[in-house]
Ligand binder design. Structure first.
Ligand code: KG4
Ligand code: ZN
Length: 338
């Protein structure tokens, strides 16, 4: 791997992040999270792009200081071109372009989804990187898909959600329970003290490797409405059991399809990526498959699971080695296939 120093910039949703990579080693990975969205129970696009504008310069400066490097040591600038919120993407894209122009270094566009997957190749993400071909369950607030990764830039989506993403399901169900946004990590925490078999919710019956999470959300909503009519304190009195049961159901839905894909394709290299891969029940289910089915499992370090610029810098480094540079006229794109 080239030892070039590259700056990565991520601004696809509500985290403004900048990272410096040397080879595949991360020298700094700085993120400014936007607390403002908590008040609204979800990301407000207009507020997100405004906060990116405020955060981007201090975040990039901090990434340089933490890595202890000067601007003129940077060989290229990688940025998230998409997918994501257009207004948010535009802030990172415009900033990356102007900095690349002023430093006279190449610009490298990065697909955010590829970056979640290729984060596994960051030096300290895993004790060992996955071997091709591997399966990667990519689960975040915006995406849920099983990807067959044949090579760094040769990926095929073999299954994906037909409605909500898994993280979105955690967040929306959390809202029904009156939890703060994002509810995923809160449900995970409360579930630790609850009984996962206390309540049962509907699971979708889809034939292939596709997912659906709108059914469980509706099933929880109707169940809660019915119980709250009988006992207004139902949620409060059963919160931990509700969280544990919902989490069990979502993780079972995710794992059933992943197990089926691994079996059908006879692949034992299995990775997870994206914000929901921080979930403790998902991590445990992966470990169970390591013991039970001999999977070699790849669960990235926590800081590389949620949106971060380290993963953007990693992809930019791989593209830099291949001489894949981006024209300064290239624009951000809200939709961007793998
Ligand atoms: O990858 P990410 O940071 O942003 C997107 O690209 O969407 O993922 C954020 C999502 C949110 O829906 C959040 O609730 C979920 O990941 N999440 C979790 C956990 N930590 C984050 N869901 C379940 N359990 C967790 N521990
Ligand atoms: Zn993401």
């Amino acid at each position: 791997m080239s030892e070039s120093i590259i700056l990565g910039i991520e601004s696809s949703c509500d985290d403004t992040s900048a990272a410096i990579i040397k080879g595949n080693s991360i020298l700094s990975n700085i993120a400014a999270n936007q607390a403002i969205h908590k008040e609204y129970g979800g990301v407000v696009p207009e507020l997100a792009s405004r906060a990116h504008q405020q955060n981007i310069i201090p975040v990039v400066e901090k990434s340089l200081t933490k890595a202890n490097i000067q601007q003129n040591a940077i060989s290229a600038i990688g940025f998230t071109r998409g997918p994501g919120l257009l207004g948010s993407l535009l802030v990172g894209t415009s900033f990356a372009k102007s900095l690349a122009m002023s430093l006279d270094v190449p610009l490298i566009e990065v697909n955010h989804l590829q970056a979640h997957i290729l984060a596994h190749f960051i030096e300290d993400a895993n004790p060992m990187p996955p071997k091709f071909p591997f399966l990667c369950l990519t689960v975040s607030g915006g995406h849920t898909m099983i990807v067959l990764v044949k090579d760094y830039f040769d990926m095929e989506i073999i299954g994906k959600t037909t409605d909500d993403a898994a993280g979105e399901a955690f967040d929306k169900i959390g809202k029904i329970f009156d939890l703060d946004y994002p509810a995923g990590p809160i449900i995970d925490k409360l579930a630790k003290e609850g009984n996962p078999d206390a309540f049962r919710f509907n699971k979708p019956k889809l034939e292939n490797y596709d997912y659906s999470f709108s059914g469980i959300k509706t099933s929880v909503l109707y169940f809660i409405q019915k119980e709250v009519r009988k006992n207004p304190d139902f949620i409060k009195e059963n919160l931990k059991d509700l969280c544990a049961s919902v989490q069990k159901c979502i993780i079972e839905i995710l794992m059933n399809k992943l197990e089926k894909a691994a079996k059908d394709l006879e692949i034992k290299e299995v990775a997870i990526a994206g914000g929901v891969s921080a979930n403790s029940a998902l991590r445990k289910a992966m470990e169970d498959n390591h013991k039970k089915s001999g999977w070699n499992i790849y669960i990235p370090k926590f800081e590389y699971t949620t949106d971060n610029a380290a993963m953007i810098a990693m992809v930019a480094q791989l593209k830099f080695e291949r001489g894949e540079f981006t024209d300064l006229r290239t624009g951000a794109t809200s939709k961007y296939d793998l």
